[in-house]
Design a protein around this ligand. Structure first.
Ligand code: GLU
Length: 373
């Protein structure tokens, strides 16, 4: 018997809020009462020492209502225009409703490239980390006004999973219009049963979620299960729960029905095995004995410990770390290009800005980005 899971046990939580929860019907008005109950839940989470990242849809739904766009299916440019109007209203509503709890909202608009191209991924990850360190609540949405079809996530379930992966979150909450995954579509099949806990996302589980409705864009159980797959692989547990009640998070932690997807390993272990198993090195950094010992003790690699730079790599590329005799120590993601690494090797971090003309990271490779061999 698996122990009872509770959303309150997690450290860094991504909460995905869907359009239908936030925006009312065709007018697209923001459901403020509901949102303020969510704000209270978020404040409680934060007061309990947890970090919260919001991934919120609703920009298009709110914007189209405000602009009076009546067509049922909008053209891409209409969606983009609607998002431009809706996003600002949405962000304002979150800011206003979180303000009474002294919580600052920080808006991040991402495209698929920001989560898939390593350099941009690294930038977005660092910004997210900094915002959390300063106590802000990141509010993420897809950058719908610039994302064209081929560079769109399309649905915020997948975006939320990528954000969870990027932030090394340990829990992703997908607030939905249904309280979890059922063995069949419960609207069509009254004998369908809710699954309590998923230990592995098998074909059978994917089958229960039905066919993928990617052209519809958002929603659907299939996109949620696909999102769960991404998050679980990144070491992040996932819970799908009904969001359409007031105070959806406290309702959930009080034991409301839901479906859990369990991650087999922690976000950090998952990240390190992803680095070790999936990245092809594009260069090498030779380090001195002191740096080698520090790395083996779980520390970051700093510029003073680097003896030589080999290969041609960019910031964000994977590089092998080896000792002075060429023995491999690990594989990590370099925070500097080969050219810049060459210029700052052997120098203290305080000197980096003067040498390069910009203030980069203190570490050549951060310990979270370094997998030991
Ligand atoms: N990014 C879209 C919006 O904010 C929504 C995508 C989705 O609902 O999954 O309107």
């Amino acid at each position: 018997m698996t122990k009872q899971m509770n959303v309150k046990e997690f450290r860094r939580v991504v909460i995905k809020v869907g359009s239908s929860l936030l925006a009312d019907g065709s007018k697209g008005e923001i459901r403020r009462e509901w949102l303020s109950s969510l704000a209270k839940d978020i404040a409680d989470f934060r007061a309990g020492g947890r970090e919260v990242i919001l991934v919120s849809s609703g920009a298009i739904a709110v914007g189209r209502g405000h602009l009076g766009m009546r067509r049922r299916i909008l053209k891409l440019e209409e969606k983009q225009a609607a998002a431009a109007v809706g996003q600002i209203r949405l962000a304002y509503a979150y800011q206003e409703l979180l303000r009474p709890y002294q919580l600052t909202v920080a808006q991040l608009l991402l495209t698929i490239g920001d989560t898939e191209q390593r350099r941009r991924y690294l930038n977005a990850r660092n910004t997210m980390e900094t915002l959390l360190r300063f106590g802000a609540v990141p509010l993420v949405n897809e950058n719908d006004t610039v994302a064209t079809e081929e560079i769109r996530f399309g649905d915020n379930d997948r975006l939320a999973a990528r954000v969870a992966e990027m932030a090394s979150a340990d829990l992703l909450v997908l607030l939905s219009d249904i309280d979890g995954l059922y063995t069949a579509d419960p609207h069509l099949n009254p004998s369908a049963e809710r699954i309590e806990m998923v230990h592995e996302i098998t074909r059978e589980i994917e089958g229960m979620a039905g066919a993928s409705k990617s052209d519809v864009g958002s929603g659907g159980m299939a996109t949620k299960v696909q999102a769960a797959k991404i998050a679980v692989n990144a070491g992040c547990h996932v819970v799908i729960a009904a969001g359409n009640t007031q105070h959806p998070l406290s309702t959930l932690s009080d034991g409301a029905s839901c479906t859990w997807f369990l991650a087999p390993q922690s976000p950090m272990t998952a990240r390190k095995s992803w680095i070790a198993n999936n990245l092809k090195p594009s260069g090498r950094l030779a380090v001195d004995e002191g740096a080698r010992d520090a790395i083996l003790a779980g520390k970051s690699l700093l510029p003073p410990g680097v003896l030589a730079v080999y290969g041609n790599f960019e910031r964000g590329d994977p590089v092998i770390v080896e000792d002075g005799d060429g023995c491999e120590i690990g594989l990590g993601i370099s925070a500097y290009s080969a050219a810049d690494a060459q210029r700052i090797l052997g120098h203290k971090s305080g000197e980096i800005a003067k040498i390069l003309g910009y203030r980069g990271r203190e570490e050549m490779i951060h310990r979270d980005d370094l997998a030991l061999s």
